[in-house]
Ligand binder design. Structure first.
Ligand SMILES: NC(=O)c1ccc[n+]([C@@H]2O[C@H](COP(=O)([O-])OP(=O)(O)OC[C@H]3O[C@@H](n4cnc5c(N)ncnc54)[C@H](OP(=O)(O)O)[C@@H]3O)[C@@H](O)[C@H]2O)c1
Length: 320
């Protein structure tokens, strides 16, 4: 047996290994979690595509570079939606961008799971609900085209529409699955009662709700626990607090020292806290730069101690 060192080497540094007398085995830090029972394993850290398509987005080349940075560092799940765009004139912007990024990526496209959503619209840039079966079925056709696929890996109902019976909206997703246009179904922005209502209509693999230290209602109201008990994957959105609150993290009195102890960033510590809430959790942080995207991919390697988790549990995270 040849003794060998095993350590993580970023893909950018692989050429530096040439000529070493005993090349190390290379492995990825990235850990994997299931996307719901009987689905597939995906990276515990996904990539959330929203901020590269809404207001404040970078130019396309930077966006594609950022998506590639995530994928090159082990991300195998991308979250998008038809409504990640500026307004109704460019529905599907984020889906087309992701399709282009995947097309140009040097890795194996088949190893990447893309999750998109239907059930909202963007008239004049506003965010509105449309959970009608007609809208969902038309949106699916548009998303198949935008993503350039025959079948959507994970199709999520974006949010319950108060004007449409929830069972009718989910029925449209079940019909699309029966037609082979959708592989797995997920729901988003839901309560425990709505999860159960959806499950009476279709097999639900994922629930995508907000979870971060500023907003813990997914824990307090039992949604995360319900996912744990029923083999449903919980996709935690806005895991560092979203576009505004994440900017408060570098100055946080409790997060800062823990980040220093782990020689990482406050954002990574908060993401590690979210990931530590349950093995059912997969985090889908957004990023508009490769540096932020890569930072998030290091999170599964951070082992917070029981004391650190308790400190973060008890800390105040002001939304002011
Ligand atoms: N289902 C829903 O209703 C719903 C709602 C909201 C979001 N989502 C999904 O969840 C994803 C994430 O949520 P979000 O975009 O609201 O907020 P978020 O992931 O909490 O991130 C907000 C911002 O924090 C910064 N950030 C993230 N990770 C970082 C890191 N490791 N280091 C430094 N900065 C970091 C990024 O800034 P920069 O952009 O400047 O890099 C990012 O845009 C979205 O992209 C979308 O896919 C779903």
């Amino acid at each position: 047996m040849v003794p060998c060192t095993v350590f993580w080497v970023p893909p950018d540094d692989h050429e530096n290994l040439a000529g070493m007398s005993c090349p190390p085995l290379i492995f990825r830090i990235m850990k994997y979690r299931t996307l719901g029972s009987n689905t597939r394993e995906v990276s515990a850290v996904g990539y959330g595509g929203m901020h590269v398509s809404v207001a404040g987005r970078p130019d396309e080349a930077v966006s594609i570079e950022t998506i590639h940075a995530s994928l090159d560092h082990g991300v195998t799940l991308i979250d998008t939606a038809d409504v990640y765009c500026l307004d109704h004139t460019e529905i599907g912007h984020n889906e087309r961008l992701i399709a282009k990024a995947l097309d140009q990526w040097s890795g194996n496209r088949d190893s990447i799971t893309v999750a998109t959503k239907a059930g909202m619209t963007r008239p004049e840039g506003n965010w509105e609900y449309d959970g009608s079966p007609q809208h969902i079925k038309a949106a699916c056709e548009a998303s198949l085209k935008a993503l350039s696929v025959d079948c959507i890996d994970l199709y999520q109902h974006h949010a319950p529409d108060p004007r449409v019976p929830f069972a009718d909206s989910i029925g449209a997703f079940r019909d699309l699955q029966d037609q082979g246009k959708v592989r797995w179904i997920g729901i988003s922005n839901v309560s425990v009662a709505q999860i159960e209502e959806a499950r009476s209509v279709a097999e639900i693999k994922t629930v995508q709700n907000r979870l971060n230290p500023f907003f813990r209602e997914a824990i307090d109201e039992g949604v995360l626990g319900h996912c744990d008990e029923n083999g449903i994957c919980f996709l935690a959105y806005s895991p560092v607090g979203g576009g505004r609150l994440n900017k408060k993290l570098p100055d946080h009195a409790v997060v800062g020292p823990i980040a220093e102890a782990h020689e990482t960033t406050p954002h990574a510590i908060v993401l590690a806290w979210v990931l530590a809430q349950s093995p059912s959790v997969i985090i889908i942080p957004a990023a508009r730069s490769s540096a932020n995207a890569i930072n998030s991919t290091t999170v599964p390697d951070i082992a917070l101690t029981a004391k650190e988790l308790a400190l973060l549990d008890g800390a105040e995270f002001s939304r002011a």
